[in-house]
Each structure stands twice: as C-alpha cells, then as structure tokens.
Design a protein around this ligand. Structure first.
Ligand code: NDP
Ligand code: MG
Length: 386
C-alpha cells in the first residue's frame, strides 16, 4: 500500500467546541499533523494543547489575555501574540488545510487569508459566508481554494450532491432539531432564561451557536450559508424540524428522489469528512446502530414562534449588505441576552429592526461589509438603550 502524504493543518479556534473535536479527529488520522493552533481567552487550554501536540505555532489572538498569561516552554512551538497572526498561520506556506473554527465575524479575516492563499478550507465559521458569501466564493474560485463545509447540514448536502448535476436539484432541505424550545409556548419563550436557552437537547456546542439554535437564527444563518456555498436561489432552500438530529439534511432532485445523510449528532464526522475528502476514514466517530429500534420525525417549522427563520430567507433573497448586518446584529444581541441585558424574544426583534433600518447596498466590497458590521453592532446598543 502506498503511504498517504503527510498533511499539515492549522486550527483557527482550537479551544472551542469544534476545535477540541477537531484535535481528536486529527490525532486519529495517520497522515495529519497539527501545525498551528489558536485561542482567544482560554490560554491555559491552549498551553495544554501545545504540550500534548507540539505544533510549530500557537497563536494567542487576544494580546490583553496573553499579557496576563504564561506559556509553556516547548522547543517545537513558537507562540505568536495578536489577532494578525491568525492570518500568519492561515496563509503559512507549509499549511495544507485550514480549519476555520473561530466563532462569529471575528473569524472572517483569517478565513479570508486561508482562501486567498488557496488552501483547503474546512469551514465551520459559517459567518464568513453569511457576511460575505459572494465575495468569498469568487475569491475561492480565483485562488483555487477548496471550501469544504463542516456545518453538519452543509456537509450532508455536499455529500448528497456528490456526482450529481446541480441543475437537477429541485430543493435542499435543511434539518433543524428545533432546539430547547421546540415545544415551548409563546409565554415560555417570553420568560426563557439563559440557562434554559443553553440547554440544547441534541448538540454540545459553544454558547453563541447554542443560543442561535434556541432562537432558530442558526438555521437562518445556515440558509444564507447554503445560498452561497451551493449557489442556490433562496426559493430552493427549505427548513424542516427533525428533533432526533440524525438526518443532517436532504436534497430533493427534479425526479422526486430525495437523498439524505444520516449519522449520530457528533461534529467529529463532518470535521473528518472535510479533512479526508474525497476519501473517507473510520475516525473516532459514533456510528448508528440499526439493530436498535429508533424513529425519525419531521415537521414543518413554526414561523410565528421562531420569526428569525424569516430573516434568513429575506437575507438569502436580497444578498448585498444584509448578511453582514443580520450577522453582526445577531452577535451583539446574543451577547446582550447572555449578559442579561435583553430578553430572549428581543434577540430576533432587535435584529429585524436593525436590518430594516440599514442602508442597503447590493454589491458591497469587503471593507464596506466590515463597516456595516460595526454599524449594526452600534445600532443594537442603541436599540437596547432605547
Ligand atoms: P466556541 O465558542 O466553542 O469556540 C470558539 C473558538 O473561537 C474558540 O477557540 C475561541 O477561543 C475562539 N474565539 C472566540 N472569539 C474570538 C476572537 N474574537 N478572535 C479569535 N478567536 C476567537 O464555538 P464553536 O466551536 O461552537 O463554533 C465555532 C464555529 O463553528 C462557529 O462559527 C459556529 O457557528 C460553527 N459551528 C459550530 C458547531 C458546533 O457543534 N459547535 C456546529 C456547526 C458550526 P477561546 O475559547 O480561547 O476564547
Ligand atoms: Mg449546523
């Protein structure tokens, strides 16, 4: 058997939920080497990851936290301090694959650098496509970068489309667990606490995306992500509630045939697939057991209880500056909810109001999108203060 060539990976956001899962995946693969890691606030965890994995580089992206921390003395590792160094590792000539796993628009610049450098980009940071989908996809084409989705729904669609002609797609159907409030009444939603919003029934994730799952803004962001990643009109993307989180999404073709991808709710599989594509590897993933009885349920979403879903369709339809505004507004509103400044239902209300107020531009540059992001965050603060 011929030995597979060694591939070097940089994990942007190695201390997060995706990042720590990814380290386990990489360590299970013979032909992958952890070349660079990064953390923002959890520098103690970064230190432990460095001692265990001895990467060439470790980036502490927040200089404030770095100043108050000590780093382990590991001969093989250079510690780099500051946000700009995320771009240093994302574009490093020795890196083959970049896993973009920073949460929020904070991951945009480094993901951009990876695309610009023509890397294989395993993309967890959906916000890059929400904010700047058309620009990111055309840059990837220009620079010969491959973007492979890590988001489980998009990984499922990507797998279902393997070998298919995109013109034969009738629609893609994103599955959503429905989050912790799937069966909650409007009254219960009004009084939802941070603790209850963070109590996701099927997925273990970072706090921001967990709140997004509770409001269903996560599905909205995923709808926008799918719009640009697969170059599909908004009308061809639907959402269905599937509480078991086993069917990760579906594609319906023009002849009525529906292809689905199934696996237990475990992010290690889409991470593994994005790293090994077009090959597959057994990896440290959980497997379904068809000797046990289980059932799969599907139901349409409730747009009245979860109006965030409508915002995603609107943004996917209109494009331009809307994605940057919705994403930034949502990040700021979620942070305010987590800090106890606003109620649960206010998150979507604030986003809707800011989206409505913004000065729409149909074809913005990256700098304009970044300015829009800042504007939307300020508007959310005004909304909260009003
Ligand atoms: P986490 O909050 O668990 O982790 C986020 C990572 O980003 C951490 O390593 C964190 O560092 C780092 N980070 C946070 N803020 C900054 C910043 N300002 N600058 C640089 N680095 C920063 O998030 P998740 O792992 O849950 O999510 C990561 C991405 O993957 C998100 O875009 C999310 O939407 C997407 N995703 C996640 C899924 C999941 O199952 N978790 C599923 C599908 C998509 P530190 O911890 O050191 O502060
Ligand atoms: Mg997802």
């Amino acid at each position: 058997m011929t030995k597979k060539p060694m591939r070097k990976i940089a994990i942007l956001g190695s201390t997060g939920s995706i990042g720590t899962n990814a380290i386990q995946v990489v360590n299970s693969l013979d032909n992958y080497e952890l070349f660079a890691l990064s953390a923002h606030s959890k520098l103690q965890v970064l230190g432990e990851q460095v001692i265990a994995n001895r990467p060439a580089f470790a980036v502490a992206s927040d200089p404030e936290t770095a100043r108050k921390s000590t780093f382990p003395d590991v001969d093989e590792t250079d510690f780099l301090i500051g946000h700009d160094h995320l771009e240093t590792i994302a574009s490093h000539p020795d890196v083959d694959v970049v896993l973009a796993a920073i949460v929020g628009a904070a991951g945009l610049r480094s993901t951009w650098a990876a695309i610009e450098s023509g890397k294989q980009v395993a993309l967890a940071n959906k916000e890059t496509l929400v904010v700047a989908g058309p620009l990111a996809m055309s840059l990837a084409k220009q620079r010969n970068a491959t973007i492979l989705p890590v988001d489980s729904e998009h990984s499922a669609i990507f797998q279902a489309l393997n070998g298919e002609n995109p013109k034969n797609i009738r629609k893609v159907i994103l599955t959503a667990s429905g989050g912790p409030f799937r069966n909650a009444s409007m009254d219960e939603l009004r009084c939802a606490t941070v603790k209850s919003a963070l109590n996701h029934p099927t997925w273990q994730m970072g706090p921001k995306i967990t709140v997004d799952s509770a409001t269903m803004m996560n599905k909205s962001l995923e709808l926008i992500e799918a719009r640009w990643l697969f170059d599909l009109p908004a009308e061809k993307i639907e959402v269905v509630i599937h509480p078991q989180s086993i069917v990760h999404s579906l594609v319906e073709f023009v002849d009525g045939s529906v292809m689905a991808q199934l696996s237990p709710p475990d992010m290690k599989l889409p991470i593994l697939y994005a790293l090994t594509y077009p090959d597959r590897s057994s990896g440290p993933t959980e497997k379904l057991d068809f000797r046990e009885a289980f059932h799969l349920d599907f139901q349409p979403p409730d747009f009245e209880k979860f109006p965030a879903l409508l915002l995603g369709s609107e943004v996917a339809r209109n494009g331009g500056t809307t994605g940057a505004v919705l994403n930034a507004a949502n990040e700021a509103a979620v942070a305010a909810f987590l800090n106890g400044q606003i109620g649960f239902l206010d998150i979507t209300r604030a986003c809707r109001d800011v989206l409505k107020q913004h000065d729409f531009d149909p074809s913005p540059t990256l700098d304009q999108l970044i300015s829009m992001d800042l504007w939307a965050r300020k508007e959310i603060n005004k909304w909260i203060a009003a």
